[in-house]
Write a protein that binds this ligand. Sequence first.
Ligand SMILES: [Cu+2]
Length: 479
Amino acid sequence: MKSILKILSIALILSAYGCFKSKKKVHTNTEDIPVHREMKAELTSPPNVPRPVGERKAKKLIVEMEILEKEGELTDGVRYVFWTFGGTVPGSFIRTRVGDEVEFHLQNHPDNKLPHNIDLHAVTGPGGGAESSFVAPGHEKVFSFKTLNPGLYVYHCATAPVGMHIANGMYGLILVEPDGGLPIVDKEYYIMQGDFYTKGANGERGLQPFDMQKAVDENADYVVFNGNVGALTGDNAITAKVGETVRLFVGNGGPGLVSSFHVIGEIFDKVHIEGGDLINENVQTTMIPAGGAAIVEFHVNVPGTFILVDHSIFRAFNKGALAMLKVEGEENENIYTGEQYDGIYLPEGPGIQEMPTTDGVVESEIPAQNFEEQMKFGKQIYMQTCFACHQAEGQGIPNAFPPLANSDYLNADVNRAIDIVLNGKTGEITVNGQKYNSVMTRQMLSSEEIANVLTYVYNNWDNNKTVVTSEMVNKVKNK
Ligand SMILES: [Cu+2]
């Protein structure tokens, strides 16, 4: 008995030593990994990532990163001056392997107004490179570092006021792959969340300056993936085919908010927690700290549109933190049947419900100047407000939401349509021969916005091309 115990304890000690030894190897040897030749790093703009490192040996890797201050859009009609690494938010993706000696060239374009620098979380050294890379417009700085720890790391500008440089979009991801590379998967994408703070409220059009007080209060007007609302929706959605494995390199630039990253209708098979070595399996939502990252992987089994969100859910549906993954392929009813029943369920009764509001209707700031602008602004409102029920092409949903496309009810009476958007609608109506008996809540929109959205609806989908003005809306309002 005693000797058995002795053998067991020796075995235990040996195996513990084995673990310790292999761990130790990973951590002490990376600085000794020799570099073979040099190579220019391939940088990519989001949502793309460079080719996997695979079996390649460690190299001297030349990274050339150009800082560009440039105007872009946060959402339709909302302009913003972004400060970028490589011209995009997030900045260009850098892919390295452990042991690489990175020679980093940071170039500040001569048309820029401010000095900047870079702090890469993958760097072991003061300021993560920030102290060596402070660069004025029209200058270039070079510094080198060795990648010692594999993982997915954030980089960002660290020039004072740091929060402001990050808030304007100065962040991105650098991946350090382990020796031999990450396992190969079918699709890889680069997604990074960020919060934005504008002088105007969410949706207020025109060129919006950064709002320092809102940023200090962490009261974001926009929370987005890849730099603007809709950067990864509709035609810009990322894609995959049924049967493929998808790997997302997900970062959070902040500056203020932590992300509860979730994909609606998927379960992460694997998550490299915080971008490190630890892998968790079967995860619904993973926390991504500001200035942190995670690698998530999942197999796609069924076709459809999968929505990526920050599950702090008002950010997703009201501030922009929503992206789409479109999966094509064969249905699999074993896994998901699709709709099996559709009926009306109205637990709150038939009365007209109002969306809660504290400050009532906000009048639109800039009135549309012409028909084109009415159509453009109207589309924005349609996509924000009406789309959820009446659907993208105004087709409605059978038995629940009547169509606005080629709607005889709509085309018969413009004042009635205005009244419906102003005051809501309940009770039985017949649209194109189909009966509906449901509730449309009152929409909290200004006269200008109602005029624009109805003009958009009337001039689409085979409707009768009525142009609605705010005067017409006011007439109905004051009746
Ligand atoms: Cu900067």
